[in-house]
Write a protein that binds this ligand. Structure first.
Ligand code: ADP
Length: 323
C-alpha cells in the first residue's frame, strides 16, 4: 500500500476542492492512504496532516476556496524549512506528495523533487500564468465572475455618461483582464504585457463615445504598468475636457471566491485523477495540466519560473472588436 499526501498552496482558486476530492478518491481506489495537509507548505513543515476518507471529501466539489486551507509560507523557501517538511513526511511514512497550486507553489514542489522526494503538481491558479498549461484550475470561474460584474456595470454605464474602469486580478499576467475584456465587450484593456499611455486611452474612450457608444468599459489588470488608481487620477484631472467621468470598480478577491463552474470542476477532477495516475506510474517532477485540449503533464523543470506569453493576436482582436 502506498501512502500519499495532498496540499493546496498559494492563491486559492475555485476548483481546488474538486482536485482534492479526486486525489483522495482515486488514491483510495488504488488502496492507498491519502493524507490532507492543512495550510500548504506551512502545514507540511509543522506536521499538520490528517488521514482523509472518501466521506471526508464529500459535499466539497461545489465549494470555492480550499477545505485544506492555503498559506504563503516563506520559510519553505529556505533549506531548513524544506528539511523540516521532509522530516514530517518521512516520519509518517508518506511516499509521495501532490501539490495543488500555481507557479510559486510548483517552484516549491520542484525543490522537493530535486531533494529526491516524489512530487506531482496540479496546475491551479486563476491568473493562468503557468507555462505549459492552456488553462489552469479556477480561471474559467474567475473569468465568469469578472464578466458578470462587467455586464452589470455596462447597464449602469449606458444609463449615465460614465466610463467604468474594472480592475481584475492578475499581478503578472493580463490573461484574465484580456479575456474578460473580449468576452465582456470592453472598450479597452490595460495589461502588464503591453504599454498603454493615459492620453491615448482617454482619446480612445472619447472616440468611442463620438462613434455613438452608450458606455465605456476599461478592463485593467491588477499588475498593469498603468494601474487603476493612476488612471482614475488622470481621468479625474481631465474630466471636463473629456466630457465624461470615470468610476472605478476593483473586483479584487471577489473574483476568487466563486463556486466553481462545470468547467473548473471537471478540469480539476481530471487533473486530480491524472496526478494520482502519475504517482502510480512512478513519475515525479511533473505537473498535471491541460494542454492542446488533452490532460497531460509538463515537467517542473520546463514550467516553473518561466513567463507564459500572452497571445498578441488576442490583444489586437480586443482592440478591433471595440470599434
Ligand atoms: P502561487 O502558487 O499561487 O503562485 P505563491 O507564489 O505565493 O503562490 O507561492 C506559494 C508558496 O509556495 C510560498 O508561500 C512558498 O511556501 C512556496 N514557494 C514559492 N516560491 C518558492 C521557491 N522559490 N522555493 C520554495 N518554495 C517556494
Amino acid at each position: 500500500m502506498k501512502r500519499i499526501a495532498v496540499l493546496t498552496s498559494g492563491g486559492d482558486a475555485p476548483g481546488m476542492n474538486a482536485a482534492i476530492r479526486a486525489v483522495v478518491r482515486t488514491g483510495i481506489d488504488r488502496g492507498w492512504d491519502v493524507y490532507g495537509v492543512h495550510h500548504g507548505y506551512k502545514g507540511l513543515m509543522t506536521g499538520d496532516f490528517h488521514l482523509l476518507g472518501a466521506r471526508d471529501v464529500g459535499g466539497i466539489i461545489q465549494l470555492g476556496g480550499t477545505v485544506l486551507g492555503s498559506a504563503r509560507a516563506p520559510e519553505f523557501k529556505t533549506a531548513d524549512g524544506r528539511r523540516e517538511a521532509l522530516r514530517e513526511l518521512n516520519q509518517r511514512g508518506i511516499e509521495a506528495l501532490v501539490v495543488i497550486g500555481g507557479n510559486g507553489s510548483q517552484t516549491g514542489a520542484y525543490e522537493l523533487h530535486q531533494l529526491g522526494f516524489p512530487v506531482v503538481g496540479i496546475g491551479s491558479t486563476i491568473d493562468n500564468d503557468l507555462f505549459g498549461a492552456d488553462i489552469t484550475i479556477g480561471v474559467d470561474t474567475a473569468l465568469n465572475i469578472a464578466l458578470e460584474a462587467i455586464d452589470r456595470l455596462k447597464v449602469t454605464a449606458s444609463s449615465h455618461q460614465r466610463a467604468f474602469l474594472v480592475e481584475t486580478m492578475g499581478r503578472n499576467s493580463g490573461y484574465l483582464a484580456l479575456m474578460a475584456g473580449i468576452a465582456g465587450g470592453a472598450e479597452a484593456v490595460v495589461l502588464p504585457e503591453f504599454k498603454t499611455e493615459p492620453e491615448l486611452l482617454a482619446d480612445e474612450i472619447r472616440q468611442a463615445y463620438e462613434r455613438g457608444k452608450a458606455h465605456a468599459i476599461i478592463v485593467v489588470a491588477e499588475g498593469a504598468s498603468l494601474d487603476a488608481n493612476e488612471l482614475a487620477h488622470y481621468f479625474a484631472e481631465h474630466e471636463e475636457k473629456l466630457g465624461f467621468s470615470l468610476r472605478v470598480t476593483q473586483l479584487g478577491h471577489v473574483q476568487r471566491g466563486g463556486m466553481p463552474g462545470a468547467f473548473d470542476r471537471t478540469l480539476a477532477t481530471r487533473l486530480g485523477a491524472k496526478a494520482v495516475a502519475c504517482l502510480d506510474a512512478g513519475d515525479s517532477g511533473v505537473i498535471a495540466v491541460q494542454r492542446a485540449g488533452e490532460i497531460t503533464t509538463v515537467t517542473h523543470e520546463d514550467a516553473v519560473g518561466k513567463p507564459k506569453p500572452l497571445d498578441a493576436e488576442l490583444y489586437e482582436l480586443a482592440r478591433v472588436l471595440a470599434k
